[in-house]
Design a protein around this ligand. Sequence first.
Ligand code: AMP
Ligand code: ZN
Length: 137
Amino acid sequence: MKDNCIFCKIANGEIPSHTLYEDEDFRVIFDLGPATKGHALILPKKHYDNIYALDDETASKAFLVAKKMAVAMEKAFAADGFNIVQNNGEPAGQTVFHFHMHLIPRYKGDNAIDFWKPGSTTDEELTILEEKVKKEL
Ligand code: AMP
Ligand code: ZN
């Protein structure tokens, strides 16, 4: 646990929450400012600032929890769609610096999320970007 981290406190039960799911490593709670009905958050019980800090095992388990919750929540809320969102760093919209995944049920016509405007690129640019990433893998 990290001092003064609200999600550490919630994930470890120090602050009570409506808990949709819990196991040894994660707690799933409702978002305090839901984008849509049922918007929830997957919180690891251990503190990681963001996705870059995750170990492979936690990363794998987090997505299994996401899948399990998406299946259950889609049925429970009769959702018409589902977004899984995960923000890293302030420019990407992260406001709580304890890794978390958003589970956002979507309903026809909700207009709840407007992620990005499609841009444009070139084959040349994609070749450069591809090479840069491959060097880091
Ligand atoms: P992000 O912007 O990806 O860091 O997401 C942080 C999310 O945490 C926001 O959607 C907030 O509404 C939510 N949030 C902040 N504090 C709490 C809290 N105490 N309990 C539940 N959700 C919270
Ligand atoms: Zn934390």
